[in-house]
Design a protein around this ligand. Structure first.
Ligand SMILES: C[S@@+](CC[C@H](N)C(=O)[O-])C[C@H]1O[C@@H](n2cnc3c(N)ncnc32)[C@H](O)[C@@H]1O
Length: 238
């Protein structure tokens, strides 16, 4: 059992820093026109996918974890399956090129091989399309032991500084037009719970010790890790 499996057994929605409140704040800021085509890449249990559908966007959810996608599909059972869900990897999708106005990655890229996922994102994004990514960042250098502890527990492929993210995006011809750091973000709706559960019927005992360890590591690395929202486009001059 690893961290992502724990999320999927507990059916955790809003499994990104800031939760749905941050998602709402981002979409208020972006103010996209109706019918914008959006890929919620690494959609998990589909909380954001559903929210964006309700705002009137043409949304597709994609996740490589079957349990996550099944939970997401169940959430939309009453909505006549108007949301398309794909059980695929972001690193190798069947999606045609140049189809999405926006690719959204809420706490997903750090789990992927960036060379593959960023290549795919750039391919499936329209020429004048955008990408928004909420990603974990390290604020300072981690020791080898600390880095190993985090990579092993969370299953991240890497933990980058803001500067390292900027370089990775540039290498893939994705350019930042805005960033929001955790400290910049004022979320007004404090009453909204950031965590939502859709428990599976077959939760293994070990799920709860993984949850405890997550709490422990969140406290331990409180000052060393943070997050950033990156707003990107394909070209410099938009
Ligand atoms: C931390 S969860 C975030 C889920 C969701 N975006 C949210 O905010 O609630 C990371 C998600 O990314 C998915 N994921 C990780 N690597 C992926 C890949 N290569 N392709 C598709 N999904 C991936 C996991 O299955 C998981 O659902």
């Amino acid at each position: 059992m690893n961290y992502l499996q724990m999320l999927s057994y507990l059916g955790i929605g809003g499994a990104h820093p800031g939760g749905l409140s941050l998602t709402k704040a981002i979409f208020e800021l972006e103010n996209l026109p109706p019918f914008t085509t959006i890929l919620d890449a690494g959609c998990g249990t589909g909380q954001t996918t559903n929210f964006l559908h309700q705002l009137g966007y043409e949304v597709t959810g994609l996740d490589h974890d079957l349990r996550m996608i099944e939970t997401a599909r169940k959430r939309n059972i009453d909505q006549k399956n108007e949301i398309t869900y794909l059980h695929e990897s972001l690193s190798n999708t069947s999606i045609a090129s140049n189809v999405f106005d926006l690719i959204l990655c809420e706490s997903v890229l750090s789990f992927t091989i960036l060379k593959d996922s960023l290549y795919e994102i750039k391919r499936i994004m329209k020429e004048d399309g955008k990408m928004i990514a909420i990603e974990i960042i390290k604020n300072e250098t981690l020791t080898n032991d600390e880095e190993t502890e985090l990579l092993d527990f969370y299953g991240f492929s890497s933990i980058l500084t803001i500067e390292e993210w900027v370089t990775k995006f540039k290498e893939n011809n994705l350019y930042i037009y805005n960033t929001l750091k955790a400290a910049d973000i004022m979320i007004n709706d404090l009453h909204e719970p950031s965590t939502e559960f859709n428990l599976s019927s077959d939760i293994p005992e070990s799920t709860f010790s993984i949850l405890d360890e997550h709490e422990h590591l969140s406290n331990k690395y409180r000052d060393k890790l943070s997050y950033c929202v990156f707003f990107l486009q394909k070209t410099h001059d938009q």
